[in-house]
Design a protein around this ligand. Structure first.
Ligand code: ADP
Ligand code: GLC
Length: 487
């Protein structure tokens, strides 16, 4: 049976991206479309989106429409494009007053309003289309009010009766909290406001993600291990209680990889391509990249790579005391790409100054360099404090770049510790979030790198892993069908 699905997300590749959510929203939409479903991606038209490059055009008859709720009298218009290498359509909500800002996300006082408006515009778009998706798939806090709004502000419209809602939590560290004084921004009044979390209201706040957890028909997160973790105080960031209340509706579905974009056999950012039978090309790309970055090279130098948002989530604190002595004592070089919290930027800048020719830090966001690092590095460092899924370790596996990861969330579900005795496993996995464990993991990786036979086995195991969306999307289809048959 063909399903109709509305995918509501705050970012999607290739249009607007700050992290893995974009990759997932784009690739899952493509895959569901390829599987024959009517899936429509709805997202904001940020000023940063390159309309010309992506062929984004205004939709006739959908210009300057009213979007009125609470105290707000906004206007919106609709734009559309087709996802590359797919026939799936992406629909863009344009509200210049809200989406023309310096960055995709802001710390401004109306941040919650920007995404309440997105959610309401998406629902009004469905009304204008007279199209009720069977499944409204809401991603992260930005879309998390949709289930509640369907039961309240839009509850009068019978069109939406058959709609089932799914909330996917990509990162519980971002919850979309705002002051209770801003409740009018939701555009619901009494008695509907009694459905808001009352203890939070009394404490003076509203938590967007919490309402998604309370009111969605199903709640997913992006790996089975993270689904367990977020029901505990250590990882739940205050939402473990409501998640446990709804435990029967919570499940983890591991993300997939879009191998159209992330495969060394056809990567558009690389001048030459490789697979497990042409690893000499990988070696050549490594010497190329190291030469371009002016890194000293010898045949035995291991190249370590990092591509990351610089936030405490990514576990970079573990590198502060471990990387300098490692670089001082071993034949290793490092290329790090990322930006974010100043202390990490300062750390990598310092490392580069201290180890000239051995460390290059590129501060910023660079899609091409990210692909080059995945392809050219020998070892990829991802020691996350928590990691809902993580995509870079899965990309690394496909490029034969051995991930060093902490056993948490999706890292635990996608990387298997290498066992030299049996020759099984795909990476280096450590347990404790502390410097000795990190140090052990990096040294273990470097020791293995120095043993060509073991290393070659490890690289081949890694490259043989398959996290394609073809597989992973089937789990979402099964979930959707389960919701519809239960209805
Ligand atoms: P998260 O979503 O938590 O940032 P993921 O591993 O799921 O982590 O996804 C990160 C995505 O963002 C990957 O596609 C990665 O290549 C990309 N990325 C992260 N930082 C940068 C950067 N500085 N430059 C280019 N791409 C980046
Ligand atoms: C979030 C998580 C990351 C996950 C991504 C896509 O940004 O931090 O672990 O891979 O979402 O689901």
């Amino acid at each position: 049976m063909r399903l109709s699905i509305c995918m509501l997300a705050s970012e999607a590749t290739p249009f607007a991206k700050t992290g893995g959510l974009a990759d997932v929203a784009g690739a899952l939409t493509k895959q569901l479309h390829a599987a024959g479903h009517d899936v429509r991606l709805v997202m904001p038209l940020y000023a940063q989106v390159d309309r010309a490059a992506h062929g984004i055009a205004p939709v006739e008859g959908f210009a300057d429409l009213p979007l009125e709720f609470g105290p707000h009298r906004l206007r919106w218009s609709l734009h559309a494009a087709t996802l590359p290498r797919s026939g799936a359509r992406a629909w863009f909500i344009d509200v210049p007053a809200l989406y023309a800002r310096g960055t995709l996300y802001t710390d401004e006082a109306d941040e919650h309003l920007r995404f309440i408006a997105l959610t309401r515009a998406a629902l009004e778009l469905c009304q204008r289309w007279a199209w009720a998706p069977q499944v409204l798939h809401c991603n992260d806090w930005h879309a998390a009010f949709a289930p509640l709004l369907l039961k309240t502000a839009y509850g009068w419209d019978r069109l939406f009766d058959p709609v089932r809602t799914v909330l996917t939590i990509h990162n519980i560290g971002y919850q979309g909290e705002f002051p209770a004084s801003r409740v009018p921004d939701l555009g619901i009044g009494p008695p509907d406001t009694s459905r808001l979390h009352q203890d939070d209201l009394r404490a003076g706040r509203v938590n967007a993600l919490k309402h998604g957890i309370l009111y969605a028909d199903a709640i997913t997160t992006v790996s089975p291990t993270y689904a367990q973790e977020i029901m505990t105080p250590q990882y739940g960031m205050g939402l473990e209680g409501v998640l446990r209340q709804r435990a029967a509706q919570v499940r983890g579905i591991l993300n997939g990889v879009d191998y159209d974009d992330w495969d060394p056999r056809r990567d558009r950012w690389l001048p030459r391509h490789f697979d497990a039978d042409s690893l000499e090309v990988k070696a050549a790309l490594k010497t190329d990249l190291m030469a371009r970055l002016r890194l000293e090279w010898s045949a035995r130098t291991a190249l370590l790579g990092i591509v990351s948002r610089f936030t405490p989530q990514k576990g970079l604190d573990l590198l502060f005391d471990t990387l300098p002595p490692l670089l001082a004592s071993r034949d290793a070089a490092l290329v790090a790409l990322g930006n974010g919290d100043a202390r990490y930027e300062v750390f990598f800048e310092g490392l580069q100054a201290r180890f000239p020719g051995r460390v290059v830090y590129h501060r910023g966001y660079d899609e091409g360099l990210a692909h080059w690092i995945e392809a050219a590095a020998d070892i990829f460092l991802m020691p996350s404090l928590y990691e809902p899924c993580g995509l870079n370790q899965m990309y690394s596996l496909r490029y034969g770049t051995i991930p060093v990861v902490r056993r948490t969330g999706g890292l635990a579900d996608s990387v298997r510790m290498f066992d030299p005795a049996s020759g099984s496993g795909t990476g280096i996995v450590f347990n404790d979030f502390d410097a000795p464990a990190m140090d052990w993991a990096m040294r273990t990786a470097l020791d293995l790198f120095a043993q060509p036979r073991a290393w070659s086995r490890l690289v081949r195991n890694a490259m043989a892993e398959d996290f394609s969306w073809e597989r992973q999307a089937r789990e979402y289809e099964a979930l959707y069908r389960g919701l519809l048959s239960a209805a």
